[in-house]
Design a protein around this ligand. Structure first.
Ligand SMILES: *[C@@H]1O[C@H](CO)[C@@H](O)[C@H](O)[C@H]1NC(C)=O
Ligand SMILES: *[C@@H]1O[C@H](CO)[C@@H](O)[C@H](O)[C@H]1NC(C)=O
Length: 276
């Protein structure tokens, strides 16, 4: 860590074009450094915390520095010890990194535009004291994943309850809303059909259950789960007419890859038994 700070201390000198330690105005510096009531610059660690951001949605890392005086705040990426910004100037060719400071605040923010998974890692906010002081924070860029249990195809017996389960994982916060569509039309829970309901449990993993009682052929088709902050997921539901031994064993809900084969096989066996 010491060596990192040292390297960065050197970096400080060149971009600003000024070496801010010693000489000339010595008396003032000394007076400043020895004032027992003056701590010099320090970080408000509670306000400068780790951040979790969604892929593609701007991430803001905040560094709150008290007693900054005339020092400069820079941002450094640890992965490659790359100096990203000095003051409000961007020092990398990657223009997605933008530092801002709002007058009358002590906040120096680093915005990462269009963050990608590979932007995850440690970033350090540095103050140009001699030697420089730094505060590190972690950026986690996450991509929520939506799954519908049983996708892409589900087989449900006519008359049984269709229970579609949509799961949203790796979301920094629960999706504010999840809605369902049937054949691309928003589901109306008050329709004359009746028996259609949805239960959503929000949490680190958010689950939405769409329940359709007494499934009918008209209920077949594509069902899509739309979380407001994650990708959509579609399942195609087939309502099976008539009895099916395998379906009975699975409580009326089948999740098979290839039922036509199963149906064909069972018809074949019936035929075979009949002949012998
Ligand atoms: C920030 O994230 C890093 C890396 O995941 C972790 O080691 C550290 O404890 C976190 N700090 C806080 C205050 O949560
Ligand atoms: C629906 O299925 C899930 C599992 O996918 C289960 O936990 C839940 O209890 C079921 N709901 C009903 C009403 O059957």
């Amino acid at each position: 860590m010491k060596s990192v700070l040292f390297t960065l201390g050197l970096l400080f000198v060149s971009p600003g074009g000024c070496i801010d330690n010693n000489h000339g105005d010595n008396s003032k510096d000394i007076e400043f450094d020895f004032d027992p009531l003056d701590r010099g610059p320090y970080f408000d660690v509670a306000a400068s915390h780790n951040v979790t951001a969604l892929v593609g949605k701007s991430a803001l890392l905040r560094c709150r520095v008290r007693n900054l005086g005339d020092r400069t705040v820079s941002w450094v990426r640890h992965r490659d010890i790359h100096l990203l910004t000095v003051g409000t100037d961007t020092y990398t060719s990657d223009q997605r990194f933008v530092a801002s400071h709002f007058p009358r605040t002590e906040d120096w923010t680093l915005e990462v535009k269009y963050p990608q998974l590979r932007d995850s890692g440690t970033y350090e906010c540095q103050v140009s004291t001699t030697p420089p002081i730094g505060h590190s924070m972690h950026l986690s860029v996450v991509e929520p994943v939506t799954t519908v249990i049983g996708e892409p195809e589900m087989y449900i017996n006519r008359g049984s309850t269709m229970n579609l389960t949509c799961v949203v994982e790796f979301s920094p916060e629960p999706p504010p809303a999840i809605f369902w569509t049937h054949n691309e039309k928003e589901i109306n829970y008050d329709s004359p059909r009746g028996g259609v309901s949805v239960i959503t449990e929000k949490g680190e993993i958010t689950t939405s259950y769409l329940l359709v009682q007494r499934a009918q052929p008209a209920d077949s088709g594509s069902y899509t789960c739309h979380p407001s902050n994650a990708n959509d997921k579609t399942v195609t539901v087939h309502i099976l007419n008539g009895e099916h031994p395998a379906a009975m064993q699975h409580g009326g809900q089948l999740r098979l890859g290839n039922p036509p084969f199963v149906i064909l096989l069972s018809s074949f066996l019936t035929f075979f038994n009949y002949r012998h």
